[in-house]
Ligand binder design. Structure first.
Ligand SMILES: NC(=O)c1ccc[n+]([C@@H]2O[C@H](COP(=O)([O-])OP(=O)(O)OC[C@H]3O[C@@H](n4cnc5c(N)ncnc54)[C@H](OP(=O)(O)O)[C@@H]3O)[C@@H](O)[C@H]2O)c1
Length: 261
């Protein structure tokens, strides 16, 4: 594994106010990389920045990344920094029947999980390529490896993230820019509550970060956890109808009954 500071002196972490993004931020700071923290909850970002202040420089940018134009505003706000590592992490899920989901919230999810990831990658990649060094990490999901009934649009956004990152890995080979899609299964964060899932056990966010940094520069994507790896690979072999039905059964167990009616 390359040392993280060798990618550049600054990292930008979206969704740094909670869960996996907070864990990425702490790990980057621990390795001596300065961090731009962005999400909507400014109080949380400021508290985390204060925690890291003795060790590295930080910049807090409170922003709703689901709004049109937000990626351009964010890129402008870091234009004076050498951002060598982009962690495209901000995202959320929605559990339940597709036709009952809030129309606005559904489109907000697609914008945040897909459009913003695409936009930030497009805006920050040229400088990395010009410098001949950089890293882009995209939080995909084990949910992106198969159709996920009762989380249909969320799973599709994560399939998008997975394909985007793997393709960018191939495009950027040999350029000095490493791209990685990270696909955890359930992780113990605010994700389940925000998505409206029933609580179920998950990995620690720090484990996701450890696996991601171990894989960065070595492969296009990594699935976190051996059971999730096995599932991600096994669905390639099964008939798609069977895979979709099994995934629906698994999801039904994780979604409150009222959201299934
Ligand atoms: N936890 C899991 O089970 C799991 C599994 C696979 C993949 N993932 C992926 O991992 C990523 C991080 O999720 P997490 O588990 O850490 O969930 P989390 O604890 O809910 O954190 C989500 C982060 O995204 C930020 N965010 C949400 N909406 C935003 C918006 N409109 N603008 C800016 N920031 C926004 C939140 O900050 P604010 O609310 O302060 O804006 C928060 O910092 C997501 O992309 C998720 O799809 C999670």
């Amino acid at each position: 594994m390359r040392s993280l500071p060798s990618y550049g002196s600054w990292a930008l972490v979206t969704g740094a106010s909670s869960g996996i993004g907070t864990a990425f931020t702490r790990a980057l700071a621990a390795s001596g990389v300065n961090v731009v923290l962005t999400a909507r909850r400014e109080d949380r970002l400021r508290a985390l920045a204060s925690e890291l202040a003795p060790r590295v420089e930080t910049r807090v940018i409170a922003l709703d990344l689901g709004l049109e134009g937000a990626p351009l505003r964010l890129a402008d706000a870091v234009a004076d920094l050498e951002v060598g590592i982009l962690v495209n992490n901000a995202g959320f899920g929605m559990a339940g029947r597709f036709e009952q989901a809030s129309y606005e919230r559904l489109l907000e999810m697609v914008r945040l999980n897909c459009t913003t990831v695409t936009a930030l990658s497009r805006l920050l990649l040229p400088a990395m390529r010009a410098r001949g060094r950089g890293a882009m990490i995209v939080l995909a999901s084990a949910a992106g490896y198969q159709p996920i009934a009762y989380g249909a649009a969320y799973g599709a956004t994560k399939a998008f993230d997975l394909m985007l990152a793997e393709a960018l890995w191939a495009e950027n080979r040999g350029s000095g820019v490493d791209v990685l899609a990270v696909s955890p299964g359930p992780v113990d964060t605010e994700f389940q509550a925000v998505a409206g899932e029933s609580p179920h056990a998950g990995a620690k966010p720090e484990e996701v970060v450890r696996v991601a940094f171990a894989a960065l520069g070595r492969k296009p994507s990594v699935v976190v956890g051996s059971a999730n790896k096995l599932r991600a690979w096994s669905v390639r072999l099964g008939p798609r109808a069977l895979v979709a039905r099994i995934a629906a059964t698994v999801m039904r167990a994780n979604v409150p009954a009222e959201a299934l009616r």
